[in-house]
Design a protein around this ligand. Structure first.
Ligand SMILES: [Zn+2]
Length: 357
C-alpha cells in the first residue's frame, strides 16, 4: 500500500510543470529570436524549416505552420524565458538533433559547479524571504541510528530550532514535516515548490563505518558525487526511494535533474555560507574545551531530495551519530541552539549577498 501511494504521488508530482530556461536550450542547438516588443519568440533548430513561433502573453504557438494551443504558457522571469516541461517536450525537443539532445542531457546530468570558490556570492536577483526546512527522514524511515537514538528525531529537533532562528532574522518558514511522519523524498521538494519557497534546506545527521569520522559537511546536487564516499552517502540517504526511473523515457531522464540545475551555482554559494557559519560556530563553542570540530567542506552528491527542488537547495549533514563526541554534542541543547543559529546566519549572509546586487 505504501508503495502504491508512493508511486501515485510520484507520478502526480512528476506531472507538475518543471520549467526549462531558454538559455539552456539555445546552448544546445536551438536558435531564438525575441521580438523587440517581447511579445513573440521564434525558435528554430538546425534545420530552418523546423521552427516554432511562441506568443509570450497567451498559451498559443505557430508550430511549423500549424496553430496550436500550449498546455501552459511560457513564463518570463527577469531576462530569462522559461518553457513549461510539457511544452518543451512537445514543441522544442523535436527541433533538436539526436546529438544535441545528448549534449543537453549530459550537461543537465553532470552540471559543473565550482563548489569551493573563494568568495561565495549570490547570482539570483530573486529576493530571499521564504525558507523551506526539510528535517530528514521520519516515521518508519529512521535514518541513521545509534542505540535508541534516531536521526529522524534529531533532524526534526534541529529543523524546529533553525526555523525559530530564521523567523527571528525576518524570514518566513515552512516545513516538510513538523511531526514524526514518513514523507516520500519527491513530496518534500513538491511541497517547497507549491509554497513557492526561495530556498530549500534539508537537515541530516551523518554516519560512517569508522567511528573516527566526525564534523559537518554540506551538500549540493550532482549526478556523480565528489568522490566514492559522497556517492555512498547519497545512496544511503536515497535508500527509501524506490526509483521508477528505469521505466522512464530518455526525455524524462533529461528532465529528472533539470529543475535544480538552473539553481546549482546559487546552491553552492548558499552551501558555502552555511558550512562556514556552522564550522566557525562549533569552533567557538568548543574552543575552551579544546575539542576539534571538523570542517568536511561543501561537496556534491546525487541526493534525490535535492534533484527536483526548483530553487537553491542544500543538504546539511551536521555531524556523525556514529562518532561518540559528535553524538554527545548533537544531543546537547546548548550546542544544538548554537548550530541552529549558525545555519540561520548562513542563510542570512546568502540573503544579504543576493540583496547586494
Ligand atoms: Zn539522513
Amino acid at each position: 500500500m505504501t508503495i502504491l501511494i508512493y508511486l501515485l504521488s510520484f507520478f502526480c508530482a512528476y506531472a507538475e510543470a518543471a520549467e526549462i530556461p531558454l538559455s539552456l536550450l539555445t546552448k544546445h542547438g536551438l536558435h531564438s529570436y525575441l521580438e523587440p516588443q517581447r511579445s513573440r519568440l521564434l525558435v528554430e533548430g538546425a534545420n530552418p524549416d523546423a521552427q516554432s513561433l511562441f506568443l509570450l502573453d497567451v498559451p498559443y504557438a505557430l508550430v511549423q505552420g500549424q496553430f496550436v494551443g500550449l498546455p501552459e504558457p511560457l513564463l518570463v522571469k527577469g531576462s530569462e524565458i522559461l518553457f513549461p516541461m510539457q511544452t518543451a517536450e512537445l514543441y522544442l525537443f523535436p527541433l533538436l538533433s539526436e546529438t544535441e539532445r545528448k549534449s543537453l542531457a549530459a550537461e543537465v546530468q553532470s552540471p559543473k559547479v565550482d563548489v569551493n570558490k573563494g568568495d561565495p556570492r549570490c547570482n539570483s536577483v530573486r529576493a530571499v524571504k521564504k525558507v523551506f526546512i526539510d528535517p530528514g527522514h521520519g516515521g518508519n524511515d529512521l535514518g541513521t541510528k545509534f542505540g535508541s537514538l534516531f536521526e529522524k528525531d534529531i533532524t526534526l529537533k534541529f529543523g524546529i530550532l533553525v526555523a525559530e532562528e530564521l523567523r527571528r532574522r525576518g524570514f518566513t518558514v515552512s516545513f516538510s514535516r513538523t511531526k514524526d511522519v514518513y514523507l516520500p523524498l519527491d513530496i518534500r521538494s513538491t511541497l517547497a515548490k507549491k509554497w513557492d519557497a526561495d530556498l530549500f534546506v534539508s537537515i541530516h545527521m551523518n554516519s560512517a563505518p569508522s567511528k573516527d569520522a566526525h564534523g559537518t559537511e554540506t551538500y549540493i546536487l550532482s549526478a556523480d558525487g565528489t568522490d566514492a564516499e559522497a556517492r555512498k552517502l547519497a545512496l544511503i540517504e536515497n535508500s527509501i526511494v524506490q526509483k521508477a526511473s528505469s521505466k522512464q523515457s530518455a526525455v524524462q531522464d533529461i528532465l529528472w535533474d533539470m529543475e535544480q540545475t538552473t539553481y546549482l551555482q546559487d546552491s553552492a554559494f548558499l552551501a558555502s555560507y552555511i558550512q562556514k557559519q556552522v564550522v566557525q560556530t562549533a569552533h567557538e563553542f568548543l574552543h575552551a574545551k579544546k575539542i576539534e570540530w571538523k570542517n568536511r567542506g561543501v561537496r556534491q552528491a546525487p541526493f534525490f531530495v535535492l534533484s527536483r527542488a526548483a530553487m537553491p537547495a542544500v543538504l546539511v549533514e551536521l555531524g556523525y551519530l556514529s562518532n561518540a563526541q559528535d553524538r554527545k554534542l548533537l544531543t546537547d541543547k546548548n550546542f544544538q541552539e548554537s548550530l541552529a543559529k549558525a545555519v540561520a546566519n548562513g542563510v542570512k549572509q546568502y540573503e544579504e549577498a543576493c540583496k547586494a546586487h
